[in-house]
Design a protein around this ligand. Structure first.
Ligand SMILES: [Fe+2]
Ligand SMILES: [Fe+2]
Length: 189
């Protein structure tokens, strides 16, 4: 289901990350942090779940997230990584673990909420770059990743579809708000 996303994307085609403007560097730091968190959400799920359906879902998504992370890892020097990476790993793992408390639907709802946020987060950056009329290569990468995240979102939404009660809606907004705060922190630190 997941395409090998980075196949046609070459880090060599990217501009030197350290020469980019600060605003863009902050965005990329938050993207790298976000992809780290994403990898660890699925690791948390895979560490704790024995449900074959959930394990297949998580393994497939994990593969794509690892490709996203590897791309940013290759492109961004450690100086441009978030200083809070250990925290993003832990937070991702915990989020994956906690999502299992709600069973399959808990996992699907959590991934749907996270990916809804991520799609918007990439969208803001794409629009910014479009307005700047700069860095087409960067924009192309972000678009590509955004498309993958949107597949993840749609996959989770489809599998978890059904009526949502207030707890689910509340959880959705907690996850969205948590992601927003994480991005604010990861942009700076
Ligand atoms: Fe990703
Ligand atoms: Fe994703």
């Amino acid at each position: 289901m997941n395409m090998p996303v980075t196949a046609a994307l070459a880090v060599e085609d990217m501009p030197q990350a350290q020469a980019l403007e600060k605003r863009l560097q902050g965005d990329l730091r938050s993207d790298h942090a976000g992809e780290t968190g994403a990898v660890w959400i699925y690791r948390g799920i895979l560490a704790l779940s024995r449900d074959p359906e959930i394990r297949t879902f998580a393994s497939e998504h994990l593969e794509t997230e690892q490709q996203h992370l590897a791309f940013f890892d290759d492109w961004l020097p450690p100086a441009l990584h978030s200083k809070l990476l250990p925290m993003w790993r832990l937070a991702g793992w915990m989020l994956g673990a906690v999502s299992l408390l709600g069973g399959r639907r808990g996992v699907y709802l959590t991934i749907d909420a996270v990916e809804t946020f991520v799609v918007e987060h990439y969208q803001e950056q794409i629009e910014y770059l479009q307005a700047q009329r700069e860095h087409r290569e960067v924009r192309a990468v972000l678009r590509r990743f955004q498309r993958d995240e949107d597949h993840h979102r749609a996959d989770a939404a489809e599998r978890g579809s059904g009526k949502e009660g207030w707890i689910a809606r509340r959880w959705r907004s907690v996850v969205g708000e948590g992601s927003r705060l994480a991005v604010v922190a990861a942009r700076r630190l």
